[in-house]
Design a protein around this ligand. Structure first.
Ligand code: 4FV
Length: 253
C-alpha cells in the first residue's frame, strides 16, 4: 500500500513517520509513504501556496493550481487510480470502519490543508473528505497522520499479530476491556483475581463483560452498531437490567 502526503510542512510529517509500528512498517517496506512539499508545485519565485479570499474576510486560502499539479504528478507516478482524501472539519467523521475500508485500496493520497482551507475547486479532485473531530486545528497534517496510522494497521504484517487488529476496540464496535500486567499488586491496587486464575474460559467471559459494561457506561451510542454474539447479547441484557452481580462482573473487592 502506498501513501502520498501533500503538505507545506514535510519535515513535520517526516518526523512522525520514523517511530513505532508505522515507522517499522515503512522500514520493512510493508508501506511506502512519500511526502510531497506543495511548494515544489508552485511556479512563482515566492513559491506561493495561498492567496487572499475572494469576497474578502480574514485569513488566506490555499491556491488550487499547486494542488492540481501535485495530484497530476502523483497519479502519473502511481500510474493507477489513486484515492484522494482531503482532511477537513467539513468532512465525514473518520471511523474504524473507514480505516478498514480504505485499507483495501492500493494508492491513497492525503491532502493536508492549512490557513482557512483549500480553494473549493480542489474538491473536484477529492474522493473523500474526512474529519477526525469537531474542532479546528491549524493544519491537516495531524489528521492525515491519524488516518494513515489507523489505516496502516490493516495492512498485513504491519501490526505484529493481525489478531489484535481484529480485536482492536471499535473493530466490533465495543470499547476495549481493561488491560493489566505485572506486578499483581501495586500499593492497594490489585489485578482482578479472575485474570490470575488461569481459567481462560472465565477470563474470556470477564473481558466480554468489561467491554460491554464500559461501552454501556461510556458510549451507549456504540451499542446500536456493535456486532454482538449470543453470549454478549445475554450479558448486555443482564447489564442493562442490572441483574449482573458484582461477582459475575468479576470486580475485585
Ligand atoms: C481538521 C479536522 C482540521 C482546518 C483549517 C486545517 C484544519 C486548516 N482536519 N479534521 N478537525 N483542519 O481542523 O481534519 O486548514
Amino acid at each position: 500500500m502506498t501513501f502520498d502526503i501533500v503538505t507545506i510542512f514535510p519535515a513535520m510529517v517526516e518526523a512522525a513517520l520514523t517511530a513505532g509500528v508505522v515507522g517499522r512498517a515503512i522500514d520493512r517496506q510493508l508501506l511506502e509513504v512519500v511526502i510531497h512539499d506543495l511548494r515544489d508545485f508552485t511556479t512563482d519565485r515566492h513559491r506561493s501556496v495561498d492567496d487572499v479570499p475572494y469576497g474578502g474576510g480574514p485569513g488566506m486560502v490555499m491556491k488550487p493550481e499547486p494542488i492540481f499539479r501535485a495530484l497530476d504528478a502523483i497519479s502519473e507516478r502511481r500510474g493507477r487510480p489513486v484515492t484522494v482524501l482531503l482532511m477537513s472539519p467539513q468532512g465525514t467523521r473518520f471511523t474504524q470502519g473507514d480505516a478498514e475500508r480504505i485499507g483495501s485500496r492500493q494508492h491513497v493520497v492525503l491532502l493536508c490543508g492549512r490557513y482557512e482551507g483549500v480553494d473549493e475547486r480542489v474538491r473536484s479532485r477529492v474522493d473523500e473528505e474526512l474529519s477526525i473531530g469537531d474542532y479546528v486545528l491549524s493544519g491537516g497534517e495531524l489528521p492525515a497522520l491519524v488516518v494513515l496510522d489507523a489505516i496502516a494497521r490493516y495492512v498485513p504484517g504491519v501490526v505484529g499479530d493481525d489478531q489484535s487488529v481484529a480485536e482492536d476496540s471499535f473493530s466490533r464496535g465495543l470499547l476495549d476491556f481493561p488491560h493489566y500486567t505485572r506486578p499483581a499488586v501495586v500499593g492497594d491496587l490489585r489485578v482482578p483475581d479472575v485474570l490470575l486464575s488461569g481459567n481462560h474460559q472465565e477470563i474470556r467471559r470477564w473481558r466480554k463483560q468489561e467491554s460491554l459494561g464500559r461501552t454501556l457506561e461510556r458510549r451507549p451510542d456504540l451499542l446500536e452498531n456493535a456486532t454482538l454474539d449470543d453470549e454478549e447479547r445475554e450479558m448486555l441484557r443482564k447489564l442493562q437490567n442490572g441483574s449482573m452481580t458484582e461477582l459475575q462482573k468479576g470486580k475485585t473487592k
